[in-house]
Design a protein around this ligand. Structure first.
Ligand code: TYM
Length: 336
C-alpha cells in the first residue's frame, strides 16, 4: 500500500492555485484502485500552522470549517480517504518535539518561506513568532507520523518536503529504522500558479489583495473580471516563456490545467491575449462551477461535515499513534 498525506492551512480562502497544484491531485488519486482503503490517503486541514503568523481566532475557526467543506465539495470521498483537522490529533505535536531534537537551527533558518514571511512580519511591525521558524518541523511531523510514501503538493512545498526527508533519514540513522522516507509529487502543469496581477509571484491565499487571486468560491462574474484584467506582457505574441512572458505563460498553464491540453501546444492556437484570456476565464469558471455548487449544499449541513472530521480524526489517530510511540521509544524515552 502506498500511503498519501497532504494538507492545507486555513490562513485564507482556498485559491485556484491550491486546487490545481494540490487538491485536484488528491481527488484524482482517490480513484486509484491501490488506494481503496481510507487509511491509505489522509488529507488534513492543518490549523496549527495557521497560528504561526498574526491571526484572528474566529477567522481561523471559520476558515478551517470552510476548507474542510471545500475539500469534500472538490470530491474527496470520506469513504475512500481520511479527512481531518490537525489539532484533533495530538500525535502531530507529540512528534514535532522529537523532530525539533533532530533538526538544526541553521537548516530551519535557511528555509525560503521562513525568510520571506519573517521579513514580511518584520516590515509590518509584527513580531516573528518562534513557531514560524519551527513550522517545517511540524510539517515534517504531519507527514512522518503517518509513515507517508507520497506527498502531493504544489511546487512551493518542495523545500519543506526535502527537509522532511532529511529529518527522516537522520532520525533513522541515529536511532534505528523508524520513519518511512516520503517523496513529494507535483502536477505536470500548474504546480505553481502565479498571481494574475503579479505573475512573478505565487498566487497565495494569505496575500492581502485579491485582484490577482481566483478563489474557489468566487462567483463566475468575479472570476471573469479577474482573468480578463490579468497583467500580460509587452508585445502581443502568445508564447510559453516563463522568463520572458510570465503573465501569458501563467494563463496558458491555467488553461492547460483546466482542459488537459499541453500549454506549449496551446500557445500556437492563440493570436491575441484577449482570446486567450476569454477562453481561460470560461475554462476556470466551468472547472469551479461544480465545486461551488456542491460547497453550497454541504455548507447547509455543518453537522454532517463535523461528523466526517470526527471520524477522520479517530482513524488518523489510530494510524499515527503506533508510529509516534515507536519514535518515542527509539529516541530513548521510557514507555509510560
Ligand atoms: P498551503 O496551505 O499554502 O497550500 C496547500 C497546497 O496548495 C499548494 N499551492 C499551490 N500550488 C500551485 N500554485 C499555487 N499558487 C499554490 N499555492 C498553494 C501548496 O503547494 C500545497 O500543496 N505547508 C503547507 C501545508 C502543510 C502540508 C503539511 C502539506 C502543512 N503540513 C504536510 C503537505 C504535507 C502549506 O502551507 O500549504
Amino acid at each position: 500500500m502506498t500511503r498519501v498525506f497532504s494538507g492545507v492551512k486555513p490562513t485564507g480562502h482556498l485559491t485556484l492555485g491550491n486546487y490545481l497544484g494540490a487538491v485536484r491531485q488528491w481527488v484524482a488519486g482517490s480513484g486509484d484502485p491501490a488506494r481503496q482503503r481510507p487509511e491509505a490517503a489522509l488529507f488534513c486541514v492543518v490549523d496549527l500552522h495557521a497560528l504561526t503568523v498574526e491571526h484572528d481566532p474566529a477567522r481561523v475557526r471559520r476558515l478551517s470549517r470552510q476548507a474542510a467543506t471545500l475539500l469534500l465539495a472538490a470530491g474527496l470521498d470520506p469513504e475512500r480517504c481520511t479527512l481531518f483537522v490537525q489539532s484533533h490529533v495530538d500525535e502531530h505535536t507529540r512528534l514535532a518535539y522529537l523532530l525539533e531534537c533532530t533538526a538544526s537551527d541553521g537548516e530551519l533558518r535557511r528555509m525560503i518561506q521562513y525568510r520571506e514571511k519573517a521579513a514580511k512580519a518584520q516590515a509590518a511591525g509584527d513580531g516573528v513568532r518562534l513557531s514560524l521558524l519551527t513550522y517545517p518541523v511540524l510539517m515534517a511531523a504531519d507527514i512522518l507520523a503517518y509513515a507517508t510514501d507520497e506527498v502531493p503538493v504544489g511546487e512551493d512545498q518542495r523545500q519543506h518536503v526535502e527537509l522532511t526527508r532529511d529529518l527522516a533519514v537522520r532520525f533513522n540513522q541515529r536511532y534505528g529504522q523508524t520513519f518511512t522516507v516520503p517523496r513529494a509529487t507535483h502536477p505536470e502543469v500548474a504546480a505553481r500558479v502565479m498571481d494574475l496581477q503579479e505573475p512573478t509571484s505565487k498566487m497565495g491565499k494569505s496575500h492581502d489583495v485579491g485582484a490577482g487571486i481566483v478563489y474557489l468560491l468566487d462567483e463566475p462574474e468575479v472570476v471573469r473580471k479577474k482573468v480578463m484584467r490579468a497583467v500580460t506582457d509587452s508585445g502581443s505574441g502568445v508564447a510559453h516563456d516563463r522568463e520572458g512572458k510570465p503573465g501569458v505563460t501563467n494563463l496558458l498553464d491555467i488553461l492547460a490545467a483546466c482542459t488537459g491540453a499541453d500549454p506549449r501546444a496551446l500557445a500556437g492556437e492563440y493570436g491575441s491575449y484577449g482570446a486567450l484570456k476569454k477562453d481561460t476565464a470560461e475554462a476556470v469558471i466551468e472547472l469551479l462551477r461544480p465545486v461551488r455548487e456542491r460547497h453550497a449544499e454541504l455548507a447547509a449541513d455543518p453537522a454532517a461535515v463535523e461528523k466526517v472530521l470526527r471520524a477522520g480524526a479517530e482513524r488518523a489517530r489510530s494510524v499515527a499513534r503506533p508510529v509516534v510511540d515507536r519514535a518515542y521509544e527509539a529516541i530513548g524515552l521510557l514507555a509510560p
